[in-house]
Design a protein around this ligand. Sequence first.
Ligand SMILES: Cc1cc2nc3c(=O)[nH]c(=O)nc-3n(C[C@H](O)[C@H](O)[C@H](O)COP(=O)(O)O)c2cc1C
Length: 326
Amino acid sequence: MKAKEIFRTDKDIPVLAAPMAGVTDHSFRTILLENGADCVYTEMVSCKGLLYGNQKTFELIKTDGKMRTAVQLFGHEPSDFMKAIDVLQKRYDDLLLFDINMGCPAPKIYKEGDGSALLKDPALAMKIVEAAKSVSAIPVTVKMRTGIDSSLYDYTGFASGLERAGADAVTVHGRTREQFYSGSSDRNKIREIKEALSIPVIANGDIFSEEDAFSMLEDTGADGIMIARGMLGDPFIFGRIRNRLEGKETLQPSPEDKTEVIRRQYLMAEEEKGEYTAIRELRKHLVWYVKGIRNAASLRNRALSIENRSELEGLLRELLIRFREA
Ligand SMILES: Cc1cc2nc3c(=O)[nH]c(=O)nc-3n(C[C@H](O)[C@H](O)[C@H](O)COP(=O)(O)O)c2cc1C
């Protein structure tokens, strides 16, 4: 399958919004789709959480009705992935694909044998993909890093194994587990994986601008790109990248566009989670949205302490003025 078929888009080069734990909830995913992301990923979802019927786990998965939401799963037992996919397929009929997390470096995930720990056991990683594929009615993809630490690691061999096991596409963040976010995403390694595989390869890591997107595609030959930190406080990046890829002039969002996006994101979250939780979860997004404004320390502090909707409206009025000045 070509990338555009897997990600169900009419664009030859899909631009995807990455899974981000604690960030990509339904309201933010909706904003990302509305601003040009070709598809969005849920936060990573525990297979075990789904199997135990944990309500909080299910809250991470709210779909858009248009098959543009990918669910990212983590775990390490092939049978858990099969059962989790079965549970999800019975409950949702509009999921885009299942993605398997083989990249998360967080100690609490790694020590359970999940996320990037799977890079240490290619045979198990392949069994997981085979198991997922045996029950899934939609594509199964994998998101990986390029190794555990600075020792030699056969990342092309690992990715080729995933392909043989039936993965429909692989997303590569060109860092090792040990690097977390230090150094940079290694484009040479992504290109080597792209050259070794016949399935689509999505390049991820350090795309913060249209120029980064363009050069990432040039340097790696990847079939698509995925953006994580670059979309924080800037969901408009997807529109800008699409324009750049199509050779069109880049449009900058107006101050009104920016404040309206924040309000909309909040209102959706409020409807789903209530004012108390929605306000608290919005705080970190507000800090990202004000990044780039000069002398924003006081705005940042205010953003971190807002308590309710009316304080948010006050902050948005001030933000509108500050965005206009910028
Ligand atoms: C706060 C945060 C949460 C993340 N959560 C996930 C996750 O749930 N699943 C995953 O595969 N990657 C996760 N990532 C990694 C990103 O998806 C991405 O691979 C990484 O940030 C590199 O891309 P970037 O340079 O565009 O940020 C997370 C990253 C951050 C910063």
